[in-house]
Design a protein. Structure first.
Length: 247
């Protein structure tokens, strides 16, 4: 099976390509560095020619709301246009748990827009909403640091290992499309502030973590418990404590 991975040289994409190739599939990494630019359309048709499945794990740095909307809408539409032309039978995209429940977040609103483009794109699809990766704890802390204090909303979350995300995507890429959304999360429910606090303690970081209900998430509010998997979600095997201990 030929599977094209957009963002195939990134954190998840590179792992995914390796797993798919190890399973005997023709996995093609597509990225700007390899001459495939989903935003401009450069190289898309050639990369997708003959593909059975396309996977989108692309990302862009948080910038302005307009730039985020432009990237996710345009790049996704271009991918789907190439996929339709090539006769692709499954488009798999990685999104974020709670993307539709954090009002006011330009980044998450752009991810919801991406999901809408996929659902209307004319290619059978699966949208995988993953929780925050274990590997993002440092970045979350950095974004929420004021002096020597890290302020985070104390909402429950189910962080997940990046390796588990890649493994789940490798399985779903060769499974029938769901034409819907699947949540993907780790096995442990941990408050977001505790998630980061445990990471900083494990790395001997002196910053103090404070649970602050007024703190934002990706620049937006948090409505209820949006950062945990919903009913029917897929639960990954790696526990946070084991991941921390292995570092």
């Amino acid at each position: 099976m030929k599977i094209v991975v957009f963002g195939g040289t990134g954190q998840i994409g590179a792992k995914l390509v390796t797993l798919l190739r190890a399973s005997g599939h023709e996995a093609v990494a597509a990225s700007r560095g390899l001459g495939v630019d989903a935003l401009t359309g450069e190289g898309l048709d050639d990369a997708v020619s003959g593909a059975d499945v396309t996977v989108d794990v692309t990302n862009t740095p948080p910038t302005s709301a307009g730039a985020l909307q432009h990237f996710f809408r345009t790049a996704t539409a271009n991918q789907l246009a190439a996929a339709r032309k090539a006769g692709v039978t499954h488009h798999l995209v990685l999104s974020i748990v709670g993307a539709d429940k954090a009002p006011g977040s330009p980044y998450l609103e752009a991810k919801v827009a991406q999901e809408e483009v996929v659902a209307a794109g004319g290619v059978p699809f699966t949208i995988v909403r993953a929780t925050q990766f274990f590997e993002f704890a440092e970045g979350i802390a950095a974004a929420a640091t004021e002096g020597d204090t890290v302020r985070l909303v104390p909402t429950p979350t189910q962080p997940i290992a990046a390796d588990d995300v890649a493994a789940a995507l490798a399985d779903l890429a060769v499974s029938p499309p769901r034409n819907g959304i699947l949540d993907l999360a780790g096995p442990d429910v941990i408050r977001l502030d505790d998630f980061v606090r445990r990471y900083l303690e494990a790395t001997s970081d002196p910053r103090r973590v404070v649970g602050d209900p007024a703190a934002t998430y990706f620049g937006g509010g948090v409505d209820g418990d949006p950062l945990i998997a919903g009913p029917g979600g897929r639960i990954a095997p790696t526990h946070y404590a084991d991941w921390l201990a292995a570092r």
